[in-house]
Design a binder for this molecule. Sequence first.
Ligand code: NDP
Length: 234
Amino acid sequence: MSRSVLVTGGNRGIGRAIAEAFLKNGDNVAVTSRSGEAPDGAFAVACEMTDPASVEAAFAAVEEHQGAVEVLVANAGITRDTLVLRMSEEDWGEVIDTNLTGSFRVAKRAAKGMLRLKRGRIIFISSVVGLLGSPGQVNYAASKAGLVGMARSLARELGSRSITANVVAPGFIETDMTAVLPEEQQAAYKEQIPLGRMGSAEEVADAVLWLAAENAGYVTGAVIPVDGGLGMGH
Ligand code: NDP
């Protein structure tokens, strides 16, 4: 049966691969982004994650189009990397507001419909960096670690209604976000990855699809790494 799926930041990168995988699976997929673009076959909604009114309007549009959201993938995220002494309040605030508070906004709004349905899947896209830390990413790592505490609290609050909340923690994935990193930094990362290569957005999407599937119904509060072994041991 096709489900009502919402992927934030689904117009490009990892979010797009996730949206395309759900589309291939035959689900009804809504995609939000700032630009309002979406892959073919998805319902495109413009949504600014840092604006609660925009999130509310996006959910209203999605619900009208395909019913209450049964699978939420909170994927939209940004980086504003710099060393801590140079990190401004704005660098900190923008990343926390988009990655952490934005995910809270959509999870809270999706939970409303899921509680009524007495089922649902909430999947947060975190990062290996949230658990390992990373120089120059104090803001980003804090936002991604925060998603773990949020998912686990939601898992406890919503579990009795058959709603699961999980985290996927990608490692170093080929997208626009990593393309901007200097060559040397990319090479240094690759050296630390046991599998010796970057991952693809499709490999992250596979883990998300499984968490959303019927047969993952007993998995909640989990952090699933898709990182070529980079974060092993956390
Ligand atoms: P991209 O930079 O390719 O895409 C980011 C997405 O987030 C875009 O769809 C963008 O929409 C959306 N977005 C950003 N800010 C906002 C906002 N304020 N309001 C609404 N939408 C917004 O990122 P990736 O695909 O690389 O990353 C996707 C997720 O995966 C992120 O959360 C990232 O932190 C995480 N991740 C990525 C890794 C990697 O190696 N690439 C590794 C680990 C985690 P628009 O196009 O409209 O700007």
